[in-house]
Design a protein around this ligand. Structure first.
Ligand code: APR
Length: 397
């Protein structure tokens, strides 16, 4: 049975990449912490999410001894391929910009590693425990009210609460409207997110811009590939058959010209509305936000998990300094330092969305946008300085 009541210097909400990196770092420095996670353990292991880790993310994980699994089982990745109405071209970003590469490692494997490391070090975690609200964050007695899977209420007292519980979590809900500015953008683009039991078909991340809509290809493991298909808003996730999905991927990715895709069973389908949001500031008294709880970023440039790890490290240093040395500089600057990186990632992600999607309307504005998108793609294909800029922003956080 999960523990219902308790206390810790830092109560971490959520056992995703943000919460678990933070908890590992706190524990390694002897800070008293607990992780409260709504899901049960087997659910965490089954959840397929992102998979592209930036070079800086890998450096952070290595610095703290958290990279053994990804070093053993992940593989590096350095090429993306664009397929457009003007032909296809590849960018080898290890030879451009700062020469950095991605490491492909499924997010659920990273979560599994982080969890194993945390538990082996004696870390406390309570599964099946949903944070309902953070209370008293602006006062002397912060706490988190919780509810267990079988409906029992409880309360965790804390000096600090780390809201790493994602966009629908309790942390961001608990900040009063007058204490936060919420910036939000609906990109008016919907994707079917697909996981195929099929080996990757390209050695590159594939981005296809087609008049029928965007299609994307991203390796996960030697037996699993993530695909994306732009679809109409409101499309139910299970309304496309496997055959229709593969036919449409073939068409948009130009299988006739560039070779067939390796087909397999579609084992997961979800509908992803491309949305971005940012909260400012990322602190409300004793409550700090990190990862998706702080900012939701569309998956077009694979920045979400990387921002989550970066923020978790910054927050860990800030809390460690404050709790062990009474040095408040880190907690005071945490929000501003993260927001600079978040807005930079949002800007690039937005640039990618515009690059990859044709406007579907027949009005003047849509037709105009489609011409500027095509010109942006041409610059990326032909200009070395544009490619260097792209590489630096694409792999960096
Ligand atoms: N109480 C406790 N736990 C919660 C609650 C709650 N009220 N709400 C959500 N959670 C848990 C979720 O079950 C999940 O395990 O918080 C965790 C949040 O993890 P992620 O969604 O993975 O978020 P984060 O750690 O910020 O990582 C961001 O995740 O959104 C994906 O792929 C995206 O790469 C991005 C990364």
């Amino acid at each position: 049975m999960p523990t219902v009541d308790g206390s810790a210097d830092v109560v971490v909400l959520g056992a995703g990449p943000a919460g678990l990196v933070l908890a590992n770092l706190l524990l390694a420095r002897g800070v008293d912490c607990v992780v409260l996670e709504r899901a049960e353990l087997d659910h965490l292991h089954a959840r397929a999410r992102a998979g592209f880790l930036a070079a800086n993310t890998v450096r952070i994980l290595e610095r703290h001894g958290l990279a053994d699994g990804l070093r053993r089982r992940g593989h590096t990745h350095s090429t993306c391929e664009f397929r457009t109405e003007d032909g296809r071209f590849q960018l080898d970003y290890s030879a451009l910009g700062r020469g950095e590469v991605h490491t492909v490692y499924p997010q659920q494997d990273l979560v599994e590693d982080l969890l194993a490391h945390y538990l082996a070090a004696g870390g406390r975690i309570s599964f099946g425990t949903e944070a309902v609200a953070v209370r008293g964050a602006d006062g002397a007695e912060p706490s988190v009210s919780v509810r267990t899977a079988d409906g029992r209420p409880g309360r965790w007292r804390a000096r600090y609460v780390a809201g790493c519980d994602g966009r629908h979590g309790a942390a961001r809900r608990s900040i009063p409207d007058h204490s936060v500015r919420r910036f939000r953008r609906d990109h008016d683009v919907t994707w079917l997110g697909l996981l195929a039991e099929a080996p990757p078909s390209l050695d590159a991340v594939g981005y296809a811009v087609h008049e029928r809509g965007f299609a994307g290809h991203m390796a996960r493991t030697s037996a699993l590939t993530r695909y994306y298909l732009q679809c109409e808003r409101g499309t139910p996730a299970d309304s496309w058959s496997d055959e229709r999905i593969w036919d449409e991927l073939d068409l948009r990715m130009g299988a006739k010209e560039y070779g067939p895709l390796r087909r397999g069973r579609i084992v997961q389908r979800s509908v992803i509305g491309l949305e971005s949001d940012v909260l400012e500031p990322l602190r409300y008294g004793a409550l700090f936000l990190a990862g998706d709880a702080a900012s939701l970023i569309s998956p077009s440039a694979a920045k979400g998990a990387n921002l989550a790890v970066l923020e978790a490290e910054l927050l860990a240093h800030a809390l460690i300094d404050d709790l062990t040395r009474k040095d408040p500089v880190g907690v005071e600057s945490y929000s501003a330092r993260c927001l600079a990186r978040i807005w930079s990632a949002q800007e690039f992600s937005h640039w990618m969305i515009e690059l990859l999607h044709s406007a579907s309307g027949r009005d003047d504005a849509s037709r105009f946008l489609n011409r500027t998108r095509r010109s942006r793609m041409a610059a990326l294909r032909t200009s070395r300085s544009q490619q260097d800029w792209f590489a630096e922003r694409y792999v960096g956080v």
